[in-house]
Structures are given as structure tokens and as C-alpha cells.
Write a new protein. Structure first.
Length: 118
């Protein structure tokens, strides 16, 4: 699975993951910072050929971007999606309580598979 297109910003990502989008961004920011030591300044959205919609981190200084690039964003996204799946599958008050956890689980599995093939 390769990146089919890259979109600036997170509009497409937000539309895909709905209520979980903010949670995923927070989890990814934490994971990427803990693995690279760099704060994420912004995001782009990656759409993979298999349909996976994931985030690509952006740092302000170029040398910080290189540090972020040294961390596999797909693996970080897989971890974030797994954590979000656990959180959202327990929340039965969501309007899309069945669809959202299923999407998060499928995305986590796709991201793990993609990260493993790299």
C-alpha cells in the first residue's frame, strides 16, 4: 500500500474519522513527540491506495522535520487508532457507536499491515 495522494491539512481526515479525529491527532502528537523529541506543528492527510486515511506530521524547522521523518508515521497511526478503538468502542452514547469503532479497528489493522511491509 503506497500513498495515492497527499492533501494539505486535515479536512479529509476529519471527515473520515468524525468524532475520533481530534482524539487520533492528540494520540499521534504524543506518540511522535515521545519517539522523536519534536513537537508536531501541523498535519497533512495521506490517502493510501488501499483506502487507509492517515496523518503525516509537519514540523516548523527543517531539522525538526528530519527527526519527525525518522519515525514511521504509519506505525504511530496504527497505535493511535488502536487506542482510539478501545476508547470509542466503550462509549455507547455515540450516534455512530458501531460504525466508528469498526472504522478505527480496520484502519489500525491496515496501518499495522502497511508498517510491517515497509
Amino acid at each position: 500500500m503506497t500513498i495515492e495522494s497527499r492533501k494539505s491539512g486535515t479536512d479529509h481526515f476529519d471527515a473520515t474519522y468524525g468524532a475520533a479525529a481530534h482524539n487520533l491527532k492528540d494520540k499521534m502528537s504524543f506518540l511522535l513527540h515521545s519517539r522523536s523529541g519534536v513537537h508536531v506543528e501541523g498535519w497533512d492527510t495521506a490517502i493510501h491506495t488501499g483506502g487507509l486515511v492517515a496523518l503525516l506530521p509537519i514540523a516548523a524547522p527543517c531539522n525538526d522535520q528530519a527527526k519527525l521523518d525518522s519515525v514511521d508515521p504509519t506505525s504511530a497511526f496504527a497505535s493511535a487508532a488502536e487506542q482510539a478503538f478501545e476508547a470509542f468502542s466503550a462509549d455507547y452514547e455515540l450516534e455512530d457507536a458501531d460504525a466508528l469503532p469498526a472504522l478505527l479497528l480496520k484502519s489500525a489493522e491496515s496501518a499495522r499491515q502497511l508498517a510491517g511491509s515497509m
